[in-house]
Design a protein around this ligand. Structure first.
Ligand code: ZN
Ligand code: ZN
Ligand code: ZN
Length: 371
């Protein structure tokens, strides 16, 4: 078996049809994006012309593609599945093509990220069909990673860890956040990613803004710097890892809460095991931070699932009582953001049969870059 067959097994199409059936959907309609790629491995070009994988709950799947995309579809991993390809010409109505083949479905599951223009065209072409989200069927499948998917996430984690190992060489007093972010972006590609998704470099007070965009602020001695970076590997699977650095000696109050944060991140990872609720992992991270008096400065959920998208199910947040299962992959990323500076530590972890595997293993100690 090739790596591709393991990562995107041919049986996914039948699994998706079965999941649609269980969810009470007569068909799934998947336009370019993670849902489509998950089922057949096709990283299709998202544009205004309709590409749609239709998966009837009982019946044969087919892929409707613009004729000019036909060679790309055939060359993609979808081409090895013996899936029927239905090309349409520029003057055809591809929505009518899909509707004509589906008959009269009572309910269809639309790819969660389908464009609104396509949702509305499908509503018009299938007037009797209730529109639901495809995640009703695909969500539980996508959330539980196969061993091949875990291996792909591990490969992504190791690639982004190698970038973090190189960060101290770029994080120098006198350089701007943007200059450092540009070096990091080059390295994300050089270390094996196919695409840079984000390179957050948040120095000094900018570290208190969790999703800060790298700016022209000049990094100075004594600054702490939150570096949150990620990309997408050629496999389709994503990396996402945060470390906090300091130029020289950290501010007095910083070292104390960095240790609290590190303990909290450890506690949350230690709580990961099958059967533990997603919200219990959030609570495990929040308790030590709250006990130390920093609770109001931990302003976001503890984590998010990750796979073909950087943010997907399961979300590690109060209110999510879903029990963790082996194969669930997600971030554990508590943060403390008092204002004059901030800190976050983020690893991607996988729930195993017995506990937790961290896919990021680069040091979580505060790394001091000589000033
Ligand atoms: Zn984030
Ligand atoms: Zn994250
Ligand atoms: Zn992140």
């Amino acid at each position: 078996m090739t790596m591709l067959d393991e990562l995107y097994p041919a049986a996914r199409l039948a699994d998706a049809a079965e999941a649609a059936n269980r969810a009470g959907l007569d068909a799934l309609l998947l336009t370019p994006g993670a849902d489509l790629r998950y089922v057949v491995g096709y990283d299709a070009h998202a544009m205004e012309r309709l590409t749609c994988l239709a998966i009837p709950a009982g019946g044969d799947p087919f892929l409707v593609v613009p004729r000019l995309e036909l060679p790309a579809a055939k060359a993609s991993p979808a081409g090895r599945l013996g899936l029927e390809l239905v090309p349409w010409d520029e003057t055809d109505d591809p929505y009518a093509v899909v509707a004509g083949r589906l008959g009269r479905p009572g309910a269809v599951g639309l790819a969660d990220r389908m464009w609104a223009m396509m949702v509305l065209r499908f509503a018009a072409a299938l007037p009797g069909a209730r529109q639901e989200l495809a995640s009703l069927a695909l969500g539980p499948l996508r959330a539980r990673k196969s061993p091949a998917e875990v291996a792909a996430l591990r490969e992504a984690g190791q690639a982004i860890d190698r970038v973090h190992e190189r960060v101290p060489g770029w994080l120098l007093a006198g350089r701007t956040e943007q200059e450092v972010a540009a070096d990091i972006s080059d390295a994300i590609l050089a270390e094996g990613h196919g695409r840079v998704d984000f390179a957050i470099v948040a120095s000094g007070p900018n570290g208190a803004s969790p999703h800060h965009t790298a700016s022209d602020r000049v990094i100075r001695e004594g600054d702490t710097v939150v570096v949150d970076i990620g990309g997408t590997m050629p496999s389709g699977y994503c990396s996402d890892c945060t470390r906090t650095y300091v130029i020289g000696q950290p501010p007095d109050d910083f070292a104390a809460y960095y240790q609290v944060l590190k303990d909290a991140q450890d506690a949350a990872c230690a709580a990961v095991r099958p059967g533990a609720s997603a919200e219990s992992i959030d609570a495990a991270a929040r308790e030590p931070i709250t006990a130390a008096g920093y609770g109001p400065y931990f302003v976001h959920r503890t984590g998010h699932g990750i796979g073909l998208e950087t943010h997907e199910d399961p979300y590690i947040v109060a209110g999510n009582t879903e029990p963790l299962q082996p194969g669930h992959a997600f971030s554990v990323e508590p943060g403390i953001y008092p204002g004059q500076h901030g800190a976050r530590i983020e690893d991607i972890v996988v729930c195993t049969d017995t506990g937790c595997e961290r896919l990021n293993t680069v040091t979580r100690e505060l790394v001091s870059v000589p000033a």
